[in-house]
Ligand binder design. Structure first.
Ligand code: ADP
Ligand code: MG
Length: 647
């Protein structure tokens, strides 16, 4: 028997694993199964690539068994195996550069290290979290001798040639864990099955579990037990199969299994997209767009929908970095060939490979959504599909407008709005195509529900001049659209070259959005209205920021607008309701219609009480139509009644 010392780094790593990784102990099984799967892959490759192995009959499998009395858990594969030298190199040193780099990064701060290591896949040595002694018995494919490596995971390990009685009948590796007190729970059928299903369900080779099942006689008395062997992984990694061999039902089935893990949807998905990239980066992705928004879509701590696999081995389903937040409704799988299995969360976040996969995935999803939109006109079904998408996901998409600068132009084409010109949804592009040649801006109205907005007196002049206004009744519009400033679009110019056109986005409930509503204000009218304006201004005092003669009113006597750089009043109220403190009081600008009899009627009166009543009612009714709660409704009613009874 030869005794060996561990390489210094191995001792360090073992120390950390045993003392800090216990909170996530179960991952050791994932690591051992992934090693077994790698070993099977390697041998499988040889049987096709190497003449010497072509005659080998090889039925790849992984077998797990346990013995409660002997306190052992055994993981066995018939893969490539290891000889003496392999054992020394693989299980006595750390060859992987990632692990080395990780160890170098470790600071003396033990607490921080334990955090770090908890998020780090640690390979074979993690088995010492559950075992006080490990034996690895292995025979390399094509060799006669078999070897036994054993260690308690402290200073070193022993290697010996195993006698004929222990020699393996064929190539492969058997890892026997002599379970520690803490590891005993894994000598159990249900916990093994559970862990394998969670982490290794899609490993390509069959994983079998052997266990004893008690048998009972007619009277329910135990009469002995029977040994059974069940396959416990599905082995199917749908996303790794080629599209041509998959049917719609296969995708739907898989979606159901996926979404049951995410806790909800049993409806078939609205859409799916399956991609396989080969080239500099090798990976597969399978993404689903659900037909209903996930119930937690608007929770800060929503459950991310995308799972990360590395070579079919499950890594995480809890990483919000895998998709941008505005695509958080997407469910599915990313499986990379190039990422290391031992990848920590910190590493994931800065990982270039993953970043590339993510960027490509976002582009792919955007083009799929665009295709869905473009196809909406082709059939009734496609139309319904697109409408469902808009109903469920228009809002998160809008978040993308201010979160994802790089993709803003594409997202701009996908968001939809209601409008004064058409029924249903419309896009910026459609708005622009309906616009008269000389219109310079895109107009929209925000703040309130659809009915309130449609009834707003602010729209009157636009209606009269046949200018379309987008009705933005989504709370988020108030945040997103102003940050957009303008809509840009490439359009073919007359000389055949492409031309970048741009339209400013203007809120009609803001000062400054009325410049297109005709001639500069008629000087004469302004002069005539001045005394009335002054009277109203004086009566309202500091309830308003200003009082102006309006260019946008036709039938209504008054309306309110926000100053160009102020938040709208609705927005200010919303923020207050959400608990935002320290908001300055936003005061509206009151605009009045000089031709309206109520306003014109003030021209010849000096009755201060009447002026105060009319001014108050003009302001309060303008606030009311915008859906704003009055601070003093009783005062409004009192003034109104006084005016009515005065005739
Ligand atoms: P990694 O799998 O990332 O290389 P591990 O610590 O899990 O790191 O394993 C170290 C090495 O031990 C593997 O690279 C492999 O060469 C060898 N090894 C472990 N388990 C087996 C096995 N069941 N069959 C063959 N080789 C194995
Ligand atoms: Mg490994």
């Amino acid at each position: 028997m030869a005794q060996h010392q561990f390489q210094t780094e191995v001792s360090q790593l073992l120390h950390l694993i045993i003392h800090s990784l216990y909170s996530n102990r179960e991952i050791f099984l994932r690591e051992l199964v992934s090693n077994a799967s790698d070993a099977l892959d390697k041998l499988k490759y040889l049987t096709v690539a190497d003449e010497a192995y072509k005659t080998l009959s090889f039925d790849p499998r992984i077998d797990i068994s346990f013995d409660k009395e002997a306190k052992t858990l055994t993981i066995k594969d018939n893969g490539i195996g290891m000889n003496e030298k392999d054992l020394e190199e693989s299980l006595g040193t750390i060859a992987r550069s990632g692990t080395k780099a990780f160890l170098e990064k470790l600071s003396a701060d033990a607490k921080k290290d334990s955090n770090l290591i908890g998020q780090f896949g640690v390979g074979f040595y993690s088995a010492f979290m559950a075992a006080e002694r490990i034996e690895v018995i292995s025979r390399k494919a094509g060799e006669e001798e078999s070897w036994k490596w054993s260690s308690e995971g402290k200073e070193g390990y022993d290697i010996e040639k195993t006698g004929p009685e222990a020699a393996l009948p064929a190539q492969g590796t058997t890892v026997v864990l002599h379970l520690s007190e803490e590891g005993l729970e894994y000598a159990n059928r249900w916990s093994v099955e559970d862990i394998i299903k969670r982490y290794s369900n899609h490993v390509a080779f069959p994983i079998y579990l052997t266990y004893d099942e008690k048998e009972y006689d007619d009277k329910g008395k135990e009469k002995g037990s029977k040994t059974k062997t069940d396959r416990i992984n599905s082995g199917q990694a749908l996303w790794r199969r080629s599209k041509s061999e998959l049917k719609e039902e296969d995708y739907t089935e898989f979606y159901k299994s996926l979404s049951s893990q995410f806790g909800s949807d049993t409806e078939p998905p609205l859409h799916y997209v399956h991609t396989r990239a080969e080239g500099t980066l090798e990976y597969s992705t399978l993404f689903y767009i659900p037909s209903k928004a996930p119930f937690d879509m608007y929770n800060v701590d929503y459950k991310p929908g995308v799972k990360l696999y590395v070579k079919r081995v499950y890594i995480t389903d809890d990483d919000k970095e895998l998709m941008p937040t505005w695509l958080r409704f997407v469910k599915g799988v990313i499986d990379s060939e190039d990422l290391p299995l031992n990848v920590s969360r910190e590493i994931l976040q800065q990982n270039k490979i993953l970043l590339n996969i993510k960027n490509a995935s976002v582009k792919k999803l955007l083009s799929e959504i665009k295709a869905m939109a473009d196809a909406a006109g082709n059939s009734e079904d496609n139309k319904k599909k697109w409408e469902t998408f808009v109903r469920e996901f228009n809002r998160p998409l809008k978040e993308g407008l201010y979160q994802d600068y790089a993709n803003r132009e594409q997202i701009q084409e996908l968001v939809r709005f209601k409008s004064t010109a058409v029924e249903g949804w419309t896009s910026f592009a459609d708005y622009v195509s309906r616009m008269k040649d000389d219109q310079k801006n895109i107009y929209y109205i925000t703040g309130g529900d659809e009915n309130t907005l449609r009834a707003s007196p602010l729209l009157e002049a636009y209606k009269a001049r046949d200018i379309e206004v987008l009705i933005m009744d989504d709370e988020i519009d108030d945040l997103v659209i102003p940050s957009l400033h303008s809509y840009r679009k490439e359009s073919p110019a007359e000389d055949g070259k492409k031309e970048n056109k741009s339209w400013e986005l203007k809120a009609v409930n803001r000062a400054g959005a009325d410049e297109e509503l005709g001639e500069k204000q008629n000087k004469q009218a302004e002069k005539e209205a001045k005394p009335v304006i002054e009277k109203i201004k004086k009566a309202l005092g500091d309830r308003v920021k200003d009082v102006k003669l309006s260019r946008r009113l036709h039938d209504s006597p008054s309306c309110i607008v926000a100053d160009e750089n102020d938040p709208s009043i609705q927005m200010a109220q919303m923020l207050k309701a959400m608990g935002q403190t320290g908001m300055p009081d936003v005061k509206p600008i009151l605009e009045v219609n000089g031709e309206h009899p109520i306003v014109a009627g003030l021209k010849d009166t000096g009755d201060e009480e009447k002026i105060a009543d009319v001014a108050g009612v003009l302001l309060d009714q303008a606030l009311l139509v915008e859906g704003i709660k009055l601070k003093d409704p009783a005062d409004f009613v009192k003034r109104l009644n006084r005016l009515l009874s005065a005739g």
